[in-house]
Design a protein around this ligand. Structure first.
Ligand code: F0G
Length: 375
């Protein structure tokens, strides 16, 4: 067996990198697709629900898949600095990969709305952290202009190399399940990731020298992967936004987005149009989930299936729970939920919604006193 050295080398034939040996990598990718048992049982669901646990990437989120490609490409092209606007995870990932490449990372974040773990990562990796008195959408407008005025590479998901890297998660799901799932659910902020998964699934279904039956507009009919199909179907894509930050569902931009899931606190998604295309081409749909349902799903996964994700990630599960309960996902379906980030990213939210620890004297009797309540 050859050593796994990250997704650029692993998927070299499907990524736009000149020399994969020079990849700037932290061994990202190859995350597990974990089957749940308690969740479907609790829902009375006779089907399969898998968790693509992207929190197990090197910096704890799916962003690493895109960042390895974006930073490798930036370095290859001679750039020496990267910049991003971020709700936290992109900044952590950009900071780590820039450090690895010996580049400077500038990260622009909304003051006070970044989960603690993410902020600590950006700081530890040596990024120049600039907090603005504004939200993510304000930060995004600023970095778009900065990247035009200065020799700095923008590594938000409007950088096409980000999506190229992120599409590999769909490859892994197909390889792990031996087929495409019937439904694939994701939390949606800028809608970059749902676009990337659709790209990945579409490439793996690009069949027999023809395009898949529905028009695959990503390749414009000029797909380099024609005839290399690994599967003959693609999933219906389900996108979930937090109710207080749901511009795609409401059909208009939200000026003051709010949600406990700070990662997806976005009112003006950068990839809005491609999100709508994904919905139409895949036959899937978008919906909103409340903060209460997001937190409940997060707690349920952690306490009954042993998987701890951050609040934004739990939006995919909260959404799937609702779709199953309302009968829109039929019995017998195979469903994959992407858990985009690790629960340790946001310890404050986790602790605030959990039972607090018992505090007792340092004696066996005192500890016994607690244990006896449960035995
Ligand atoms: N889940 C998590 C944990 C995220 O950090 C993000 C986006 C998303 C879901 C949504 O993905 O934007 O591609 O639809 N985080 C960005 C950031 C905005 O700055 O870290 P999307």
């Amino acid at each position: 067996a050859t050593r796994y050295t990250g997704l650029i080398q692993h998927y070299a034939d499907r990524l736009p990198i000149d020399d994969p040996a020079d990849a700037i990598s932290l061994g990202e990718g190859r995350t597990p697709c974990i089957r749940t048992y308690n969740l479907p049982r609790r829902l009375g669901f006779e089907g399969e629900i898998y968790l693509k646990f992207e929190g197990l990437n090197p910096t704890g989120s799916f962003k690493d898949r895109g960042m390895t490609v974006a930073v490798t490409k930036a370095f290859e092209e001679g750039s020496r600095a990267v910049v991003c606007a971020s709700t936290g995870n992109t900044s952590a990932s950009a900071a780590a990969y820039a450090a690895r490449a010996g580049m400077t990372a500038f990260v622009i974040i909304p003051e006070g709305k970044i989960a603690l773990g993410k902020l600590s990562q950006a700081m530890m990796h040596g990024a120049k952290v600039i907090q603005i008195r504004g939200n993510f959408d304000d930060a995004m407008e600023i970095v778009r202009e900065l990247a035009e005025d200065y020799p700095i590479t923008l590594v938000n998901s409007i950088n096409p190399y980000r999506l190229q890297g992120q599409k590999t998660a769909a490859f892994e799901v197909v390889e792990e399940l031996g087929r495409a799932p019937d439904y694939h659910a994701l939390p949606v902020g800028n809608a970059g990731n749902i676009t990337a998964y659709w790209l990945g699934y579409s490439e793996y279904a690009c069949n027999k020298g023809e395009r898949p039956t529905e028009a695959c507009t990503f390749c414009g009919g000029d797909c380099p992967y024609l005839g290399t199909a690994k599967v003959d179907s693609r999933p219906k894509m389900l996108g979930f936004q937090a109710a207080g930050s749901a511009p795609i569902i409401e059909g208009h931009r939200v000026d003051d987005p709010d949600t406990v899931a700070t990662a997806i606190r976005i009112g003006n998604p950068a990839s809005w149009e491609s999100a709508l295309r994904v919905q139409e081409e895949s036959g899937g749909w978008f919906d909103a989930v409340s903060d209460a349902d997001i937190l409940e799903a997060q707690k349920l996964l952690a306490s009954s299936d042993g998987v701890f994700c951050e609040p934004a990630s739990a939006a995919s599960v909260a959404g799937v729970v609702a779709e199953i309960q309302e009968g829109r996902i039929p019995q017998g379906s195979t469903v994959v939920c992407t858990l985009t980030g690790h629960g340790l990213k946001d310890p404050d939210t986790a602790i605030a919604q959990s039972d607090q620890p018992y505090t007792v004297d340092a004696t066996e009797a005192a500890v016994e006193g607690v244990i006896k309540e449960f035995i």
